[in-house]
Design a protein around this ligand. Structure first.
Ligand code: ATP
Length: 434
């Protein structure tokens, strides 16, 4: 059998009454006197296998007693309809063969603390909810590629080792780079994407991003995945419209393809559907006013804190763009507001239900001198940015872009309390193992 002919549990919809053979692992077992059940997990999900004593060979019936959590096995069975579990069908067992045993698997169905689970992340990934979570994450990644490709975007991978400081010098992981001094792990690929728009107009990169900031919150990881997009001939308004369309496409795809997985998290899918309505757009000054009315100590000129974002998200109960922040709290490359030099043309997208910022975006400064002065004003050395400044010399055009934190997005879609679960192997202030 060629590799692409293997049958998965998820392929059995049109096979009612047929005999098939599946391989996988034991997710759970249950038994009564005459009927026994096992959950068989394969790459497509978890399928219920039923053993009925009269229809099952005695050897297979006996083998069932040796099954433990995570035993690898091969099951032969007949597909029949069912309304239990992930699939609308199950397998009536006709034979059962153990491929490899599993002794004293440490993650049992009882409750385990987060520290124990994170220390056993290499095994925790097999748990039912975690399996669902990564099906959602993968659906999101696929939806992003699909949407962007459909709209003429080209994927242009950006370097991970860089000499330039993207956002915040204090948040950089540094290392020594051959004989050339210090290099940094990329905080963003944006500057490199900006170079690519002149060749392709619409580009994106999607890769790991590193932040050394000492943020011990439920929304910060030291390594996370960011989708960044950059578009030529794109204004600030175009940028917001595109972000709204992209997020709505992702939400639609997740609702359509992952409903069962969302149910494993008791996700209120009606709340998610609200994101299909137009997003709220709120001027930064109005956001400050509203937050002050709610008793927050924020002043005009401050960045929004995590609690501010939570309160705004709960107030509107809808994804919300807060736009045109003060220049002092944003990165040097954002375009100055044409009629208010203290502000920049930017927006953060805040997710509802307390999930905080999921996108940061802006129109980019196109003026060579203004950009140079902003780099200097932030105390950054000019030399590593000379190539970036060059982009303003040769056919500079209006352009905009944004970055979505994948784990924050998935955290919101699924309803996670902490985003550390939304990445296979989280790296945080206090954890780099396994
Ligand atoms: P915050 O203020 O919440 O720390 P930021 O303003 O530094 O975020 P950006 O630099 O604009 O964020 O990054 C774009 C997106 O990347 C954010 O909207 C968020 O979704 C995600 N992101 C940023 N920092 C982190 C992090 N440490 N862990 C996980 N995701 C992050």
């Amino acid at each position: 059998m060629r590799w692409n002919q293997r049958v998965f549990a998820g392929d059995l919809a049109g096979q009612l009454g047929k005999e098939v053979q599946l391989q996988g692992w034991v997710q759970y077992t249950r038994k009564s006197k005459k009927v026994r059940f096992l959950g068989l997990r394969d790459g497509s999900g978890i399928l219920q296998v039923v053993l009925v004593q009269e229809e099952c060979p005695a050897a297979a019936w006996e083998t069932f007693s040796q099954l433990t959590q995570e035993t690898a096995l091969e099951v032969t069975g007949r597909v029949q309809a069912s309304n239990q579990g992930q699939f609308p069908f199950e397998l009536l067992c006709l034979d059962l063969k153990i491929l490899s045993d599993s002794q004293a698997y440490p993650i049992t169905p009882k409750e385990h603390g987060p520290d124990f689970l994170l220390s056993h992340r290499h095994l925790w990934l097999r748990s039912k909810k975690q399996v669902s979570l990564f099906k959602v994450r993968s659906t999101v990644i696929h939806a992003i590629h699909e949407f962007l490709t459909l709209h003429r975007f080209i994927k242009m991978d950006s370097p991970i080792l860089t000499q330039t400081v993207g956002e915040d010098p204090a948040g950089l992981f540094s290392l020594s780079y051959h004989d050339l001094g210090k290099a940094y792990l990329a905080q963003t690929g944006q500057l490199y994407l900006e170079a690519s728009i002149f060749a392709h107009e619409r580009v994106f990169c999607f890769g790991p991003t590193f932040r050394a900031e000492k943020s011990k919150t439920r929304r910060h990881l030291s390594e996370f995945w960011m989708l960044e997009a950059e578009m030529a001939f794109f204004t600030h308004q175009d940028n917001l419209d595109l972000q709204e369309d992209l997020i709505q496409y992702i939400v639609q795809q997740v609702l359509e393809k992952c409903s069962w997985h969302l149910k494993q998290f008791n996700r209120d899918q009606e709340k998610l559907k609200k994101a299909l309505n137009p997003f709220i757009r709120l001027d930064y000054s109005d956001a400050v006013k509203l937050l002050r009315e709610k008793g927050q100590p924020i002043q005009w000129g401050d960045d929004l804190g995590a609690l501010d974002e939570t309160l705004l998200g709960e107030h509107f109960d809808q994804p919300l763009f807060v736009f045109n922040y003060p220049k002092v709290v944003k990165a040097f490359y954002m375009k100055s507001h044409p009629s208010d030099p203290n502000r920049v043309l930017c927006a953060d997208l805040i997710a509802p239900e307390g999930h905080g910022e999921i996108i940061g975006g802006s129109e980019r400064e196109t003026d060579y001198e203004e950009l140079k002065q902003r780099i200097l004003a932030q105390g950054l050395p000019l030399q590593p940015y000379e190539w970036y400044l060059d982009l303003r010399k040769y056919g500079s055009v209006t352009h905009s872009g944004f970055g979505i934190g994948l784990e924050r997005l998935v955290g919101w879609l699924v309803g996670l309390h902490h985003i550390r679960e939304a990445i296979p192997f989280p790296r945080m202030l206090e954890r780099i193992h396994p």
